[in-house]
Design a protein around this ligand. Structure first.
Ligand code: SAH
Length: 295
């Protein structure tokens, strides 16, 4: 094989690899071509996947130390800087709801970092029950008020300072507390989880702790729908943070099956304003290994 052809093959393998991983090729900043062409054939595949790995680690490193304090989220709510809120049901939830329900009715849904997502009312209207966790009391109250629902307010004995806001007719309970204080001893386990703006919003250093908590909240038949974003973290510091598929698999893969359901180009003017020129949205379906949810 001549060097030109070998080079082309390596570039193409890198392209394929980076797209298989769901990351646009222009962000796969591997070693230069000249340093690659003299490698022996047996080293090539390994080298390509090693360089993709190195690149993903480097990209993750960009945001690894980024911290959003809870007070900063509250400040956003107080100042109405809540660009993450969508006025309509999330298209990925709508599109993949059948896969989440898997024929079940009256499912207990968990919404980590729920904000005032309209999706909660949409599911409750279909007869499902909803438990959410959100640090901002303003966000929770706005959810009920904007959806014309009355609500009760009670302390949560297990979590000092926390409150739970409920609408019993619709079966919606929203806990106002830090997610990391929440556990299955408070509201049991769930049959479904809709994770939009949650794994991508918590501080990157907390991802392992987050995955362990989420898995501990999954009932045996739980179907967990996870929304993640892929973009170049050199261009924007988040949130939402960059969460590559490799990390989704490494966070959940030991106890769960992880299936990539959909990958769509989600670039809009909002992301262009952040400085991004590429923004992919990926949806994963996660189920416990050997659970009834996979059948
Ligand atoms: N899922 C919602 C909101 C996403 S934005 C939606 O789709 O619209 C992230 C939300 O999480 C914000 O409302 C923020 O106030 C809240 N939040 C951030 N960190 C939190 C934490 N550790 N515990 C509870 N809520 C948190």
């Amino acid at each position: 094989m001549n060097d030109d052809f070998t080079g082309c093959l390596l570039v193409w393998c890198g392209f394929l690899n980076s797209w298989v991983n769901g990351i646009p090729v222009k962000y796969n900043l591997g070693p230069s071509l000249s340093s690659r062409v003299d490698q022996r054939a047996g080293d090539r595949a390994r080298s390509t996947s090693d360089s993709a790995q190195v690149n993903i680690s480097r990209m993750l490193g960009q945001q690894a130390e980024r911290v959003m304090a809870l007070g900063e989220w509250e400040e956003r709510w107080q100042q109405d800087r809540i660009g993450f809120h969508q006025p309509t049901v999330h298209r990925m939830l709508e599109k993949n709801l059948d896969k989440v329900l898997n024929g079940r009715t009256g499912v207990r849904f968990f919404f980590p970092l729920c904000g005032k997502a309209i999706d909660m009312k949409w599911l409750a209207d279909q007869g499902h029950s909803v438990v959410g966790v959100e640090i901002s009391e303003k966000g929770i109250q706005q959810f009920f008020e904007e959806n014309n629902m009355t609500f009760s307010e009670e302390p949560v004995p297990e979590i000092p300072g926390a409150k739970v806001f409920r609408n019993p007719e619709k079966n919606i309970s929203l806990y106002q507390c830090d997610l990391f204080q929440f556990s299955s001893s408070i509201a049991g386990r769930f049959g479904a989880i809709w994770d939009r703006g949650s794994l991508v919003a918590i501080n990157p250093k907390d991802r392992e702790k987050y995955a362990a908590l989420i898995v501990s909240l999954m009932d045996n038949d739980c179907r967990y729908l996870l929304d993640t974003f892929l973009y170049n973290p050199d261009q924007y510091r988040g949130p939402p943070f960059f969460v590559p598929d490799e990390q989704v698999r490494s966070l959940f893969g030991s106890s769960c099956n992880v299936e990539l359901l959909q990958s769509v180009d989600a670039l809009t003017d909002r992301q262009r304003d952040w400085g991004l020129d590429s923004f992919m949205e990926n949806i994963h379906l996660i189920t416990l290994k050997n659970s009834s949810a996979t059948k």
